[in-house]
Structures are given as C-alpha cells and as structure tokens.
Design a protein around this ligand. Structure first.
Ligand code: 4AD
Ligand code: MG
Length: 464
C-alpha cells in the first residue's frame, strides 16, 4: 500500500479510511491492553499517534517497538479519543523495518547540544534538529524565489580558485602534490608548476569576484554555495565551511544595495513565518521564548542606517557613560561582536546597517569615498547575531582599483581578469554576502552556528 506522509495523514478528515505510514518511534507508552506509539517521519514536527491493541499483535514483535525503531504501520484513521491530536491510527498491521537498541544515542530526552553535536549523525532524528533543518530548507527556497522574482540570475562561481577575494589569507589550499615528497626550490619555495592546476589553488572564501563578472554581463546575479575559511575562530558564529548568498547588481549604488539587503532579509523572515509555523512554534516554546516576537519585529520595522563614524561616536559615548566592553573602541578599529550587538540590542533596539568604514579594515574592491579615508561598505547587524551581511559598492575606476591592489601588494598576475571588468565597459555596481547559517541562527533562535548546519566543520573537527 502506498505510504502516506505523516504531515498529509494529519491533515486528512478521519473517516476510518485505511492508510499506511512509515517512520521512527519517538515514544511508546501504554497498558496491558493497549499501546500508544508516537511515530515521526520527518515530514513535520508533529507525530502521529498509533493505537495498537495488544491482543491483536505478536508479543515478540511488540517488544521490538522501542524508541528509535523504524516501523511501517497500516490501519484505520479515526478521530482521536485523547487530547493533543485530532486524528490517530488504529493499527491493523505493524512491521518493524529496523530495530533500535538501547544504545541509540538519542534515546534519552533533554540531552545537551554539546552531546548532540558529538552524535550529529543521529541528532537529525530529534524534534529540534528536524525543525531546524526543515526551516533551513524553506530558507533556501525563499532565497531562490526572491531573486528569481526580482530578476537576479542564479550564477555558479567556482569553488576552487587561484585568487583570495577577501585578501585575508585564510584559505584552505588545494593540491595533489605528494606532501611526503615535497620538493623545494633553492630559495625554499614550492614549485607549483607541476601541481594539478600548475599554480597554487585554494577553496574559495567568496564567489564575489566571479559574481561581478556575471553581474556586469547579465545585469544582476546571485550565488548560493559553500565557502571556506581557515580562520581559527572558535566562536558560536564562525564555521570553516559555510554557505553564502551573494547577489551582485550592475547600476546599483550603495543605497540600492542597502534597500535590496533589507527587503531581501525581510522577505526571508516573512517566508519563515508563513511556511514554518509549526517548527517555529516548537522552537519558540522549547528553545527561545522571544523568537516569534523578534521575527515579527524585524519584518515590521525599518533598519537604522548610519555611518561607521557615527557608530563609533555612540560607542565612545557608551564607554564614557560607564559601559564596559572587552575590546577597546576608537575610530579605525574593526568592530567586535559586542560592539555591534550594543548598537543593535541596547542603543537602537533594531537591526542596523553601518556604512562607510575605514578603508584599512575592509577589502580592496570597495569604492573609495571622496574623503580618501573611508569606503562605501555596508554591514547589516542583527540582534543576537551581530554581522549577518557584509557588502559594498565596488570600485569601478580602473586606476583607483589598480592603485589599491598595488597598495595592498595583491599579486597582479592573479587579478588581470578581474581588472578587465574595469577596462571593458566598466559600470557602477554593488553587492553583498549573506551568511546562510547566520540567517538560520536568527530565524531558529538557536545559539550556536554548529547547530544550524547538518555537519559542521570547525577547527579540529571534521567528523561525519
Ligand atoms: O563579510 P564577508 O567576509 O564578505 C564577503 O565575503 C564579501 N565577498 C561578500 C560580498 O560582498 N559579496 O562575509 C559575508 C558574510 C558575513 O556577513 C557573515 O554573515 C558570513 O558571510 N560569514 C560567515 N559565516 C559563518 N562562518 C564564517 N566563518 C563566516 N565568515 C563570514
Ligand atoms: Mg564582513
């Protein structure tokens, strides 16, 4: 008999019709005469209640129905006698597809997230992670829908690259060289001419540079793919492998870019509220009571826009008034998460877009302002998260970009193709990068970025 997904079964009007459901046992309780089995198949946070009359089934089979076991159940869908659910399944046939021993790591309720991370291959079977990863899926759908509806083309940029977009040197090298027999030249360097690509290559930190090539041809593009950073940041907001969404649009200035970022992120949050109501209600109840209020708040309020310099003034005033930060605050400093969160959570109490940062703390490609000191950067800062988006208007002047590349000593031989966009029909353009997992953190209310990607990669950890 064709399987009915539990989400669909629960939406049916119960009239004693026979259906088959398949899934994993969440709990089993009961008396000598009747057993109640909560079955979940991942299609929804909700379980279907299976009612099994003990006398109808083989006792040895019933003993195999333990937490985590996989069952196929056929029976009659009826209105539920008990509270908590509208329908339940009166079992006629039960087949144990897979037994589950008591050493099942998700056997006990109320384990810590730390414990579940160590069993990340099985944590997917829990209510919390089921909710998180259904929401993650819906957010990916929202992103594609938003850009498709706004005339942005989905553009695939390479994962292996020979250039360092952010110029921060935090790249994972890619090589087929035999590290056991690594030959060095006379001056101690490695000769890459016989390596797979004939030159040093790495995993990309960002698809932006190639994205700009796409935008200055197709008008507007977005990327959505994995990016990699070998930064040794052991924080609840950093991963070594994370997914990034990078829209890039020709003829956009920084104001258009900010409008896009705000509209886009509000669309995603609204989409979550509309498409993930059950999972959000669960997370709000079990993980973060302020979650739904925060999501509604972001959708309903304008983001505050101010310059980095204005932001520094506010932070300096806070320090003068006695607020204690761990890291010092002065014009020119790269803001720490505590500073960003002070602006968002304490001062403005709403999302903030900071613009016009000192050029020294931002990447080479950002457009220089007339003051010669700041660049047309924009960071979107969110409650609980800090920076969720980083972007800018791009330097479209060939001469200014070249000067900056030389100033920063970026190897020209890697950049010739990028500079060609400024030689052949250069145009004003802008873009940004949204960290997908930071969006998921915000939308789920989870506290640690390791808990919103199925298999996190962090320093010292690449299990599963
Ligand atoms: O600010 P970032 O470094 O900007 C760029 O890479 C630009 N090339 C984007 C662009 O303009 N097209 O990174 C963008 C976003 C950050 O705001 C943050 O949300 C996320 O990517 N991010 C990380 N997320 C998880 N783990 C990390 N290690 C991250 N580093 C950045
Ligand atoms: Mg950034």
């Amino acid at each position: 008999m064709k399987r009915t997904r539990i989400i669909d079964a629960l939406a049916l009007t119960a009239s004693g019709q026979t259906i088959t459901v398949k899934g994993w046992v969440r709990t089993r309780r009961g008396s000598k005469s009747v057993n109640f089995i909560a079955l979940n198949d991942g299609s929804t946070i909700k379980n279907i209640q299976i009612v099994a009359d003990v006398e109808k089934f083989d006792a040895d089979m019933l003993r195999l129905i333990t937490t985590g076991a996989c069952l196929s159940v056929s029976g009659r869908l009826v209105e539920s006698q008990g509270g908590g659910q509208s329908v339940e399944l009166q079992a006629d046939e039960i087949e144990v597809l897979g037994t589950c021993g008591s050493e099942f790591p998700m056997q006990k309720k109320g384990q810590t997230f730390e414990y579940m991370r160590q069993h990340a291959h099985m944590r997917l079977r829990t209510n919390t992670f089921g909710a998180v990863f259904r929401i993650r899926h819906q957010m990916a759908m929202a992103i594609h829908r938003y850009f498709d509806e706004h005339g942005f083309y989905y553009f695939h940029t390479p994962i292996i690259t020979a250039s360092d977009c952010e110029g921060a040197g935090q790249m994972f090298q890619v090589t087929t060289k035999n590290l056991y027999k690594l030959e060095k030249t006379e001056d101690g360097k490695i000769d890459y001419s016989d390596d797979f690509f004939g030159k040093p290559t790495s995993l990309t930190v960002s698809g932006q540079l190639e994205g700009e090539l796409g935008a200055t041809a197709l008008g507007a593009i977005y990327t959505f793919g994995p990016t990699f950073r070998a930064e040794n940041s052991n924080t609840p907001r950093h991963l070594a492998e994370f997914w990034m969404i990078e829209p890039e649009a020709a003829f956009y200035d920084i104001n258009d870019n900010m409008d896009l970022a705000e509209d886009f992120i509000k669309f995603c949050v609204k989409y979550a509220l509309e498409h993930c109501a059950d999972d959000l209600a669960f997370l709000c109840k079990m993980i973060d009571p302020g979650l739904l209020d925060r999501l509604h708040f972001v959708v309903e309020h304008d983001f505050v826009r101010l310059t980095y310099t204005e932001g520094i003034n506010i932070l300096e005033k806070a320090v003068a008034d006695g607020h204690k930060f761990e890291f010092p605050i002065y014009w020119g400093v790269d803001l720490a998460s505590e500073h960003e969160r002070y602006l968002v959570e304490t001062h403005f109490k709403r999302p903030v877009i900071l613009t016009d940062y000192p050029k020294e703390i931002k990447a080479f490609y950002m457009k220089l302002n007339d003051d010669g000191k700041t660049v047309r950067a924009m960071d979107v800062l969110f409650p609980q998260i800090g920076e969720i988006i980083g972007g800018s208007e791009r330097e479209e002047s060939y001469d200014k970009l070249l000067a900056r590349i030389k100033e920063l000593d970026i190897p020209m031989k890697d950049m010739w193709w990028y500079l060609d966009t400024r030689r052949f029909g250069s145009c004003p353009h802008s873009g940004f990068g949204l960290g997908f997992e930071r969006l998921i953190l915000f939308v789920t209310g989870m506290q640690n970025i390791r808990d919103v990607i199925p298999f996190p990669r962090t320093p010292g950890s690449a299990e599963f």
